[in-house]
Design a protein around this ligand. Structure first.
Ligand code: LLP
Length: 420
């Protein structure tokens, strides 16, 4: 799936499925996020087909996009959820994802969160440290229940991705070092309220190459053999998420190629495989639609000043991420070079520098592509700008699936103390 597969131009006008983006923009006003339901469904089904001959549970990584419409779309197709907070558990359950399809990752789960997850009966905790294990044991015992656990193993593998989204090196805060894994499992087996069930690994995000996955999974396969020899009943391997997407011209292995590699590395161990994809399901299923407020001619550059900013999509300023920027209406085919920037009072509020875009005027619509994952979920109301609404499209229908708050909604969250 490329960034434009579900957002094609027809007669010089960008569509999402069967609706013109401009039709939605008229009703919803910019900026807004726009998702294609068919794109999400197709991506999910590609994973299902790729793993159809292997006992697999797809646990969508809710952090990528946690809108109820997205979660409900995936729930209907049988998805489970990989969650990292009580909030994400609540969102998943509310959208109809059953507790027994939820895996709970995260380095600093609190007692309250553990109690809540245990009370629901989630499928497994992906435990990231010995102190966390001890707390889960204590809470499970006090609730008279048992927690099914996997340790998240840190295999000390370089994911060859941006350092801020790389998680599998020894220097990262994630998981239990592989060198200490057998000891950790021994401790787990000795603690009350704990049932050892599997092994988990997640080395990073936006991987464009299978080699780091392969290396990590080889370590995991070896560990499973050792753990079984130690007497542990290992029936689940959670291979994490991380398969990348095409933002510009990256060539990404297909979901089938990825699945074949997972099966080749781990299939012989006869475990249930859990996968936790986020970006590869949602990334190219969504865009951020914005309007040009002004075209400004600086001394050295032309700026396209948009009504969307870094508060709406922080990836370019946070990770220097590249997103294609495409004019919604392309009647004129003249291209111009612009710095594409937002309204926020920071120089970092820049989506692209020296980028060729169709010549644009104030009021024209601009699409920032590949924004379905880690877009809306990372947005904020910095500069007291309102969170952009989200729209889901299916065929020729669309629905606002998160509405734009009002200024009153934002301001009334603050409380002026009585002495003022
Ligand atoms: N499982 C775990 C334990 C994770 O931490 C993550 C992502 C995933 C699965 C899903 O990974 P994915 O399939 O989406 O690559 N905000 C960053 C990405 C952060 C990823 C965090 N963990 C960005 O915008 O690039």
């Amino acid at each position: 799936m490329t960034p434009v597969t579900y957002f094609p131009h027809k007669n010089n006008e960008m569509f999402v499925e069967d609706i013109a983006i401009s039709t939605i923009a008229k009703q919803v006003k910019t900026p807004f996020y726009c998702y294609s339901s068919t794109a999400i469904e197709t991506s999910f089904q590609d994973y299902q087909n790729a793993f159809s001959d292997q006992d697999t549970l797809i646990c969508y990584a809710v952090k990528a996009n946690s809108n109820q419409a997205v979660l409900a779309t995936l729930a209907k197709l049988g998805s489970g959820a990989d969650v990292v907070s009580m909030g994400e558990i609540r969102r998943a359950i509310t959208a109809g994802i059953p507790a027994d399809k939820i895996v709970y990752s995260g380095v600093a789960k609190t007692q309250e969160e553990i109690e809540y997850a245990l009370s629901l009966g989630i499928f497994q905790f992906n435990v990231e440290s010995e102190p966390e294990l001890e707390l889960i044991s204590k809470v499970a015992t006090s609730l008279n229940t048992t927690a099914a656990i996997s340790f998240r193993i840190n295999p000390n593998v370089c994911a060859q991705t941006h350092e801020k989204i790389s998680t599998g090196k020894a220097e990262n805060k994630f998981g239990v070092p592989i060198s200490k894994a057998r000891l950790a499992y021994k401790q787990a087996a000795s603690l009350p309220g704990i049932k050892v069930q599997g092994v988990d690994v997640h080395i990073g995000s936006q991987l464009t190459n299978l080699a780091p996955f392969e290396e990590a999974y080889q370590h995991i396969a070896q560990l499973v053999v050792e753990l079984r020899a130690d007497g542990h009943d290992i029936s689940v391997i959670d291979v994490g998420g991380g398969l990348g997407i095409t933002y510009l011209d990256e060539i990404i292995p297909s979901k089938k190629t990825y699945a074949d590699m997972v099966k080749a590395q781990l299939g012989h161990l006869n475990c249930k495989i859990i996968i936790e994809p986020g970006r590869s399901l949602l990334g190219n299923a969504g865009i951020l639609v914005s309007s040009v407020v002004f075209v400004k001619t600086g001394e050295e550059r032309q700026f396209l000043l948009l009504d969307a900013g870094m508060n709406d999509l922080i990836r370019p300023s946070m990770y220097d991420a590249f997103h294609q920027i495409i004019a919604v209406n392309q009647e004129s085919n003249a291209l111009k070079t612009y710095d594409v920037v937002g309204p926020v009072c920071e120089t970092g509020d820049t989506f692209a520098k020296a980028r060729q875009v169709h010549q644009s005027d104030a009021g024209d619509l601009i699409a920032i592509m590949s924004s379905g994952a880690y877009g809306a979920v990372m947005s904020s109301s910095y500069n007291t700008r309102m969170l952009a609404p989200e729209v889901m499209v299916k065929g020729n229908e669309f629905a606002v699936v998160r509405k734009r708050p009002s200024y009153e909604d934002i301001i009334k969250q603050d409380i002026t103390p009585s002495w003022l």
